[in-house]
Every structure is written in structure tokens, then in C-alpha cells.
Design a binder for this molecule. Sequence first.
Ligand SMILES: [Zn+2]
Length: 248
Amino acid sequence: MIPMPVMILSGGLDSTTLLWKLCLEGKRVYALTFDYGQRHRREIEHAKKIVKKAKEVGFEVYHEVVDISSISHLISSGALTGNESVPHGFYTDERQKVTVVPNRNMIMLSIAAGYAVKMGESEVYYAAHKSDYAIYPDCRKEFVKALDSAIYLATIFTPVELKAPFVDMTKAEVVSLGLKLKVPYELTWSCYEGRDRPCLKCGTCLERTEAFLLNKVKDPLLTESEWEIAVKEYRKYEKEDKQKTISN
Ligand SMILES: [Zn+2]
């Protein structure tokens, strides 16, 4: 039997790269996309488009959108689900902490682990990577290790393993891999603002621009003129960030 891992697909760069990696390894995949009342609900639509594309290229993906929005008021009032505005600037900036949805990944992974048991599968994947360490504690290696042990103990009669293959990679390294795997990045969505087009100024937009810049390619989601603006914004915040580091 071919293993069919369960994975969390947000519709962003990292989880889409993970989906392509698993499918290219010959796996069939159960992909879960969570609706937790996020302001950037557009990513859910993008996740659907990504799965459609995956099926078109011959991958076997079963997709579920899991609605946990009824608990969003219990877990957050931050910038992603509440009324606070999304801060502009780099991820590493203290201001970005308002974009943390407390314990979000553990909630989603816990549901994914239960789903894996139900489907008779033994692996859950998610696309945590090194660039998110600074402000998202539930993307850190220590968290992955601890949750892997907890999930194992909780499912001990039909054990499930938690895997985060990008945990030692930066976002640019994930994108570098994805470019080789021909991931359809034009279908992915990152911006935290809930607008029609990416704002190009929020932490996740800047991080995305940086990942493509370091790979010396244009972000395929953007038009040429949007890309020009994205690079300018990135350079502007990069300069600010350097000045701040010097003055500290
Ligand atoms: Zn943005």
C-alpha cells in the first residue's frame, strides 16, 4: 500500500512546495486547509486552485477545507483574525507579534493527527521552516519534536508521526527547492491583508519577496509592475532594519 500522508495546506509558498514534494515522491496526499476566520481568506481559494492544478498534473490529492472559524474568538484577537491592522515591516520585527494566532499550529496538527488515525495513515506533515522561528513559536524545531512525541503517545495503538521536512531550511531554500520541482507559485497566496492583490508591505509579503529575490527570480504571482514595487518596498524596509540594528 502506498502511504497517504495527511498534510496542512495553507495555500502559501511553503505548504504548496511540501505538497509538490510529497506528490513527486509518489505519495497520494490528504490535504487539509483550515478556515480559522483568517482575514486573508483568499488563501483558502488559492489552496483550492493549487489542488485543482495538482490533479491536472496527475497527482492524487484529496482536499478538505476544515471550518474551525467558530473557535476563532477563543484563540485570537490579533491582526490575522481580529480588528487590529496588519503591521508593515519585516517578520523579525517585534510589531509582527500581533500576527501570531496562539497555538494555531497545534490545534490544526492535532486535528490532522486524528484524521490520519481515522484514515488508517501514520504520517502528518506540515511546512514549518527556519525563517518563521523568530516570532512563531509553533514553527520551531523544539515544538515539532515535542508535538511529535505527544501525538505518538496520544495515538499509540495506531501511532502517527509528525514530520516537518523544511524545519532546517530558510524560506528562500524552500522556494529554491520548489522552483526545481516546478511548483505553481503563481497560484499561491501569502499576503495577510484581505485585499484583491498582495499589499507588498506586510511581513509575509516582504518575506515572500525576499525568498524570490534571493533566488534571482520574479514572484510569478505578481505583474511586472507589482514586482518592481515589491522589490522597492523590500529595499526600503531592509534599509530601515539595518539602521535599527546599527542604532541598537
Ligand atoms: Zn501583504
